[in-house]
Design a protein around this ligand. Structure first.
Ligand SMILES: *Cc1c(COP(=O)(O)O)cnc(C)c1O
Length: 438
């Protein structure tokens, strides 16, 4: 298929409009989505028409997460090299389930997984795997944990299911990410039976209140609280190890912090699509001992030849999937190790600038800004709500809202390479002029 000229034009126009467009689409542009056909047309539509519709109706209705002024959630914006590699990998239509299906995809994934392990202080002997996001990366790490903890008790959960399995304790912080509960529920470990460790004012586990464990448990630490950016202390790994527990680290974005050194854990979950700034969907899981991961997730079938290195689908909940490692590889190559560190540092620097400038102007900053997250609030919840709405409506930037320790707050997440000093200044100006007067 020759490349359609309108495809390139559509990409080009979108990129050009980035600095001037509103970050969140207007109600009018969103309303236009309703004009799209609701019923599957009987006859084909030609590619030119489809591209026109995408460029004229859909593109303006997108949220401009590639803008340097998008601070909603912790999403990052895709690096140019990562976007380009992603487009090419899609053109190549590679299936990364098996090295025989795509030797190139498997090769680049292996390289990217090694590079990421080095950057995140994960032993390079750990086995890594690309998944859709940190939700599935948590699932993957904790599936390996379940396998190991039950296997040590002489029980095979993969073969026999959990109905007669011996129990083991699951420890999380009371600020654990909601998706960890989801992963636990998918693993049959339950949302409700976890032991919750109380957290300090920043939402990190209070080590003094960590339970005494008399048997091996699954301990899930968090690197990067979604509201404050706080990291659970890596010293808790040593505490957990006294009972031979398995330590899993949910470090969706916090594992990229220069302070995050969780080398002695057993499994790690992180995201590529957050702070590495690659396209969705890209999560990454690592497990210290390969046998625990393959024990949990490998399949056998006569046509799956797995001599040598572990095949991608033998260490993942997925089988067929896109070649996520290609965009991660390109992102890492484009930045280099120093570039990754600088991108992280710059985001943290911008976060501190937001906190300082807003605070100078009478805004309350509710967290210690040690990473990329800022929680800002006005005197009352009502005022904070009005403020966030006004900022979103003005469109210069976009910030979300949250409840922190019972108080309404605006959440600023700085996690994109695209955010410049100028973007920060423009956004602060917009935030200050949006403060409700009464
Ligand atoms: C974002 C996040 C998740 C979920 O990640 P997805 O990529 O959306 O699946 C899990 N844990 C933490 C701490 C997060 O920040």
């Amino acid at each position: 298929m020759p490349l359609h000229p309108r495809l390139l034009a559509a990409i080009d126009t979108y990129e050009r409009d980035r600095d001037t467009r509103r970050v969140f689409p207007t109600p009018d542009t969103l309303h236009q989505l309703n004009a799209l056909p609701q019923h599957l047309p009987t006859n084909p539509t030609d590619l030119t028409t489809i591209l026109d519709t995408l460029a004229t109706t859909i593109a303006p209705a997108t949220v401009l997460t590639t803008s340097g002024r998008y601070f909603g959630f912790v999403t990052g914006g895709s690096l140019p090299a990562a976007t380009a590699a992603n487009i090419l990998a899609t053109t190549w239509d590679q299936n990364a389930a098996l090295s025989l299906m795509s030797p190139a995809a498997t090769h680049l994934e292996t390289i990217a997984l090694n590079w990421i392990a080095q950057l995140l202080h994960i032993p390079t002997t750990a086995v890594g795997t690309f998944v859709t996001g940190a939700t599935m990366a948590n699932f993957t790490g904790m599936a390996a944990a379940r396998h190991k903890l039950l296997n040590d008790k002489g029980y095979d959960a993969e073969l026999d299911g959990l109905f007669n399995a011996p129990a083991f304790p699951v420890i999380v912080g009371d600020e654990v990410h909601a998706t960890v509960y989801k992963a636990l529920s998918m693993l049959g470990l339950g949302r409700n039976r976890v032991i919750k460790v109380p957290t300090n004012s920043q939402g990190a586990m209070d080590p003094a209140q960590f339970p005494t464990l008399n048997e091996p448990a699954l301990v899930c630490l968090q690197a990067g609280n979604v509201n404050t950016g706080a990291l659970d202390s890596p010293q808790l790994i040593d505490v957990a190890k006294q009972s031979n527990s398995w330590v899993h680290v949910d470090g969706a974005f916090g594992l990229w912090s220069p302070q995050a050194k969780y080398t002695h854990a057993d499994s790690w979950a992180t995201d590529g699509h957050k702070w590495l700034n690659v396209p969705y969907d890209s999560g990454i899981a690592y497990v210290k001992n390969a046998a625990d991961l393959t024990g949990a997730l490998a399949v056998t079938a006569s046509y799956l030849n797995s001599a040598g290195a572990i095949e991608p689908m033998q260490k993942s909940p997925d089988s067929s999937r896109r070649a996520r490692g290609i965009d991660a590889w390109a992102a890492l190559l484009s930045l280099g190790a120093q570039g990754v560190r600088e991108m992280i540092e710059t985001c943290c620097h911008h976060a501190r600038a937001f906190a300082t400038e807003l605070n100078k102007n009478g805004v309350h900053i509710l967290n210690e800004v040690n990473l990329n997250q800022v929680l800002a609030a006005l005197d009352t919840d009502d005022k904070t709500t009005q403020w966030i709405e006004a900022i979103q409506q003005e469109g210069t930037c976009w910030t979300g809202s949250t409840i922190w320790r019972g108080r309404k707050a605006m959440r600023i997440s700085v996690s994109s390479h695209a955010t410049t000093q100028k973007d920060v200044e423009r956004s602060i100006a917009s935030m200050l002029r949006s403060i409700p007067s009464s």
